[in-house]
Design a binder for this molecule. Structure first.
Ligand code: PGA
Length: 249
């Protein structure tokens, strides 16, 4: 089963109104790359403007609450994202798991909320450096998957992003062999639990992806795309990654 490549930009807490023109440049360039799906996840504050500036483009949030509404000061619910035209939500990023103490159960509930709101969900996992160095990375990540992937879902609506924490924003990347081994283990665990639907799920790699390393990483076994932080903030840096994915699509 052929899986279309998927390249997602996570702007994190970056971008004021003037960054919308950069998103327009990215989405406009992406129309020339038909074999890859492209999404941008800006801060909540920019979603509406980005949706308006790039009609039809896939725009998303970087988090959502698991409840649909209520007394949760500062939080945003998945139906609110859908309501303003977002089509995507990232859940379980390590900066949420670590910085905001989100557990696997929290991430699972957020993923379920995103799916229920009709959003395309990108669920993140990944090990810290000391776990990688001790040889326990695959076990660690498979435990995250077991605890945070919802019990049922449409495989076209849920992607997994493997992002080793030590590779995020550091310029360090795992070897292609290590990425392929991890992605193969993730797909194997999903197949053992969910059967054939695992073949349809896209597994993204994230962590210091850039225009130079994208082609090699995106060509690794069971890698169906990339979740990109720093290099997604400008068209100059992000479009080469989109082009690399398109060339493999
Ligand atoms: P990075 O971030 O590309 O800046 O390493 C990736 C991410 O955190 O999604």
């Amino acid at each position: 089963m052929a899986r279309r490549k998927y390249v997602v930009g996570n702007w994190k807490m970056n971008g004021l109104s003037d960054a919308i023109s950069e998103a327009q440049a990215i989405f406009s360039a992406a129309t020339g790359h038909q074999s890859v799906d492209v999404a941008l996840c800006p801060p909540f504050t920019l979603i509406s403007a980005m949706v308006a500036a790039a009609p039809g483009a896939a725009v998303g949030g970087q988090d959502c609450h698991s409840a649909t509404s209520g007394a949760f000061t500062g939080s945003v619910a998945a139906p609110m994202l859908a309501d303003i035209g977002a089509g995507v939500v990232i859940v379980g990023h390590s900066e949420r798991r670590e910085g905001f103490s989100e557990s696997d159960a929290d991430v699972q509930a957020k993923a379920e909320a995103g799916l229920a709101a009709g959003l395309s969900v990108i669920l993140c996992c990944g090990e810290p450096r000391e776990v990688r160095e001790s040889g326990g990375a695959i076990d660690f990540v498979l435990a995250q998957i077991a605890g945070s992937v919802p019990a049922s879902f449409d495989p076209h609506q849920l992607a997994i992003a493997y992002e080793p924490i030590w590779a995020i924003g550091t310029g360090l990347v795992p070897t292609v062999a290590d990425v392929a081994a991890m992605h193969g283990a993730i797909r194997g665990a999903l197949a053992a639990r969910f059967g054939d639907v695992a073949d349809d799920m896209r597994l993204l790699y994230g962590g210091s992806v850039n225009g130079e390393n994208a082609a090699e990483l995106l060509d690794a076994g069971d890698v169906d795309g990339a979740l990109v932080g720093g290099a997604s903030l400008t068209a100059a840096k992000f479009v080469p990654i989109i082009a690399a994915a398109d060339a493999l699509g």
